[in-house]
Design a protein around this ligand. Structure first.
Ligand SMILES: Cc1ncc(COP(=O)(O)O)c(C=O)c1O
Length: 361
């Protein structure tokens, strides 16, 4: 027997998170091919050097890529590199940096976040205006960066024009723009445009590029599009404990995704599975899908008892305890049979539920 034996069921899949998925086989093979022999550590290896050209193919000749371990690290390093000690970052209230990073931007990055309530998880120039003020006032942290997420934490996508409008508005006020692209591939697939269309081409300054949710084992990347917008990135990466010594194994994963079309295949598939799921549950009596499904997540409001029973059969998260809203995420390895089986289980549970009207959200 090979040791260690698997401790999990390799066929079990749910709808909790695209991070629950494993590694895409083509990525795993690329890691194995990069193995063997010795290579310079800390990014001096051939894979990391090659990666610069790979990212430049997607983001333009001026792009520089800094691989890191995770998305929180990419965000904190990006934002630190874009700000002075007294600066602030304007973001949506629902932004991952604001609600899901355990205060790392504040505690590790020393950053002041100025959060704005947004209906769809999307900022607009008007919403940015709510916080873009107080320059020169020593009592107020100085707005310096607008951070947006694409696709958003609520499963929506900014259009190219919406991002262009934010960037134009921000730059006019000397605010730089950071894009949290933990699911950037899903957004590009949904919009059917190259990733540069809503980043480089419209003037976004820095991107946190997501690899993990798109089929990698681990790894994200800070992509600097405007070198004038940052300083000290390499130092900040190391002091933030995000500099991988065996970086070749992070870099080669990005190469596997981005040199061909694997990034797009994975993202398009995940998006298609979310669309299939929404179509299957939209008309189920008592299930309320309030948010538009534009990338790889579906949000629905269900009776609490149904949520409880369904979660015993399939893992997924409750998004909002008060409204009963839940989040179902699809990933590159979600199958049509997974979606159909889940929709059937939901219908089952709803049929046996008493008083099926969902709580209003
Ligand atoms: C929008 C967004 N940003 C960043 C991240 C990265 O987080 P992590 O530090 O877990 O890689 C996530 C992960 O869920 C995310 O959803």
């Amino acid at each position: 027997m090979t040791y260690p034996p698997p401790l999990h069921d390799p066929d079990a899949r749910g709808f909790a998170s695209d991070n629950y998925a494993g590694i895409h086989p083509e990525v795993l093979e690329a890691i194995a091919r990069a193995n063997g022999g010795h290579q310079v550590a800390y990014g001096g290896d051939v894979y990391t050097r090659h990666l610069q050209g790979v990212f430049q193919k997607h983001f333009g000749a001026g792009a520089t890529a800094y691989p890191v371990f995770n998305g929180t690290g990419a965000n904190v390093i990006s934002l630190q590199a874009m700000t002075e000690r007294w600066d602030a970052v304007i973001c949506a209230e629902s932004a991952h940096i604001n609600v899901d990073e355990c205060g790392a931007p504040e505690r590790v990055g020393g950053l002041k976040l100025l959060a704005v309530a947004t209906p769809l998880g999307k900022l607009t120039p008007e919403l940015v205006e709510q916080q873009a003020q107080g320059w020169g006032d020593e009592h107020r942290a100085q707005p310096k960066v607008v951070s947006i997420t694409q696709s958003t934490e609520l499963g929506t996508c900014y259009t190219v024009d919406e991002i262009a409008a934010i960037v134009e508005h921000a730059h006019r006020q000397d605010l730089a723009v950071h894009l949290d692209g933990a699911r950037i591939a899903n957004a590009a697939a949904a919009l059917d445009v190259p990733m540069a269309a809503f980043t480089t081409d419209v003037g976004v300054d820095v991107v946190s590029f997501g690899g993990t949710k798109n089929g990698m084992m681990l790894g994200e990347c800070v992509i600097v599009l405007d070198p004038e917008a940052v300083r000290g990135l390499t130092f900040l990466r190391k002091l933030s404990m995000q500099l991988a010594s065996k970086m070749r194994f992070v870099s080669v994963q990005f190469d596997a995704l981005l040199s061909g079309d694997l990034w797009l295949r994975n993202a398009s598939h995940a998006n298609a599975m979310a669309a299939r799921l929404e179509a299957a549950v939209r008309d189920v009596d008592g299930v309320l899908v309030q948010r538009r499904v534009e990338a790889n997540s579906v949000f629905a409001i269900l009776p609490a008892a149904v949520t409880e029973r369904l979660r015993r059969r399939y893992p997924f998260y409750v998004w909002d305890e008060r409204s009963g809203e839940v989040r179902w995420m699809t990933s590159f390895d979600t199958t049509e049979a997974d979606v159909d089986g889940f929709a059937a289980a939901l219908k089952d549970e709803m049929a046996t539920a008493e008083g099926v009207s969902p709580r209003s959200g």
